[in-house]
Design a protein around this ligand. Structure first.
Ligand SMILES: [Zn+2]
Ligand SMILES: [Zn+2]
Length: 337
């Protein structure tokens, strides 16, 4: 019988024979560690060498190493099942003994080259709840992209450059891929690094120049339009403030949080469109129905709210709370973008 608990390292699942940590926030003294994907709020800094059996996908392992995390080799002789969670390239959920399913971060929508998550049936479901509140319902992916193309088209018509903003790993590659028909397409150098990793795994990421190359070759101007994919950040300072001032560019932010009007203003964005690599509230309900669990645990974001809503619907659901009574939200910077 599998048992779920939470300690200062994160979520654990154990039975008499083994203990596995799910996306721990620091290196635990435990046999198995599952790393669902390479966003930094799901990675931990290794302090002891090769003392854990790391279960993850090849792609996640490669991206994590590239981001400076040192995990030693992946452990492959295990009985766990890794299932595509549709969140970013290489992201997986974990099925333990066909009994417990941990989603990691999850999306069930086809988005460009990203496929929807594969969802098994399981008795116990541990589900992320970043957007586990009914305020967060996203439009169709195609509709968001269509609206973005309308804005870009209008700006190009007026000769105004446009900056597309999304999280550096995951969202930015979707933006690079989906808007590649606009020329010239320029990509911030930190995103170029991630794009190259995606290319190595077969995702078409060419047809752009990096920001450094564009500047060097005088491709940027305030009179001729161009499109730049850059990391999501506030437009009130740093790189974005500089670009907007120098070239009169307008910004479009892409995030699930865009459904809340204050998000756009809090980051000083000109436009903000809802596009997420997570499930919205209805998608979460779809995952739960497909999984058909007897027991549900929620984690991340609106964990308490989603568990409460599920209990009203007749499910046995609890949020995962830290032992010290703190909400189990880990380090959440990734999820705000
Ligand atoms: Zn993530
Ligand atoms: Zn996350």
């Amino acid at each position: 019988m599998l048992h779920v608990s939470v300690d200062n390292y994160g979520i654990t699942v154990d039975d008499e024979s083994k203990k596995i940590y799910l996306d721990p926030n620091k290196q635990p003294h435990s046999d198995f560690i599952f790393i669902s994907h390479a966003h930094t709020d799901h990675l931990y800094k290794s302090v002891r060498e090769n003392s854990n059996k790391i279960i993850t996908s090849k792609i996640t392992h490669k991206i994590a190493m590239h981001r400076g995390y040192k995990y030693g080799d992946m452990y492959e002789k295990h009985d766990f099942k890794l299932l595509d969670s549709g969140h970013i390239l290489g992201s997986n959920g974990l099925l333990i003994e066909d009994e417990l399913y941990y989603t990691g971060d999850i999306s069930i929508r086809k988005r460009a080259f990203m496929n929807p998550a594969v969802i098994p049936t399981a008795k116990i479901l541990i589900i992320e709840s970043t957007f586990g509140h009914p305020d967060y319902i996203f439009p169709r992916f195609e509709s968001t992209i269509h609206n973005a193309n309308l804005i870009i088209s209008e700006m190009y018509h007026q000769g105004i450059p446009v900056i597309l903003l999304g999280y550096t790993l995951g969202k930015a590659q979707i933006l690079t891929n989906v808007f590649r028909h606009w020329k010239p397409l320029i990509v911030h150098d930190s995103i170029d690094v991630m794009n190259k990793l995606y290319s190595e795994f077969g995702i078409n990421m060419d047809n752009y120049v990096t920001f450094a190359e564009a500047e060097k070759n005088s491709m940027l101007s305030s009179h001729k339009p161009w499109l730049l994919v850059a990391p999501m950040a506030s437009c009130r300072n740093g790189f974005l403030k500089y670009i907007k001032k120098k070239y009169g560019a307008l910004s479009i932010g892409f995030s699930g949080w865009a459904v809340m009007p204050h998000y756009k203003f809090s980051l000083g964005l000109d436009y903000c469109l809802p596009l997420s690599d997570h499930c919205d509230y209805n998608d979460l309900m779809t995952v739960i129905k497909k999984c058909n669990p007897e027991k549900i645990y929620t984690f991340h974001g609106f964990a308490e709210n989603l568990a409460e809503d599920l209990r009203i619907l007749g499910f046995d659901a609890d949020p995962l709370i830290y032992a010290r009574g703190k909400r189990n939200t880990f380090v959440k910077l990734d999820t705000f973008f």
